[in-house]
Design a protein around this ligand. Sequence first.
Ligand code: TMP
Length: 213
Amino acid sequence: MNGLFISFEGIDGAGKSTHIEALAQAFREQGRTVTLTREPGGTPLAEKLRTLVLNDAMDPMTEALLVFAARRDHLQQLIEPALARGEVVVCDRFTDATFAYQGGGRGFDLNVLSILEQWVQGVKGQGPDFIRQPDLTLWFDLAPEIAAQRLSGARVPDKFEAQPVEFFRRVADAYGQRMKDHPARFACIPADLSREAVWQAVLGSLQTRGWLP
Ligand code: TMP
C-alpha cells in the first residue's frame, strides 16, 4: 500500500485534536498502520526545539529557522521512513503553519520561507523539484474571535496562544492564501459546526478521495 500523508491545520482553538485521534482510529479500523505525530516535534530533537519555540522569546527569523530545523529532523527520522513503509502519517500541523504563523502572524518574508521549504522538504532520489507535502491538508477554518473564546479559561497559554486576536486574524488569512496556492491538497473544514458535523466534513474529504470507505 502507498504511504499517505495527512496534516491538520488551523489557528489555536480551532478544535483539531479530537478529530486527529478519530481519523487515526478510522484508518486503523481499515487495517492501516498509523503514525500519529505533530509539529513542531515528533522526534526527541524536534520536541526539544518545540519547547524553545513555544516558550522562549526570539526574532521571527530565528523562530522560522528553528521550526524548519525541527521539521528536517522529523522528516528524516520519522515521516519519510513511515511513508516508505506504506503507513498513514497523520500530522498535527506542518509547513502551512509556518507560512501562517511566521509568515502571516509575524510578517516574516514568505520568499525566504519558500526557499527553506524547498531545502528542508526535498527528498533524496526524488529529483531536484520534488518537495514533500501532505497528500491532504485539513484546514479547520474558524473565526479568530470564536477561537479566542474557546481558548479562554483553558490551560496556561503558550507564546502563540497568548497572542491577541489580530495576530490570529493574520494567521487565518495566511492559511486562506495557502489554500488558494495549493487548492488540490487542501480541504476547508468549517470548524464552527457541531463536533459531529465537523467529523462528517473530515470523513467526507477522505471519502471523496477514496481513502476511507
Ligand atoms: P499546537 O499547540 O497546535 O501543537 O501548536 C504549537 C504552536 O506552534 C501553535 O501555536 C502554532 C505554532 N507553530 C508555528 O508557529 N510554526 C510552525 O511551523 C508550527 C508547526 C507551529
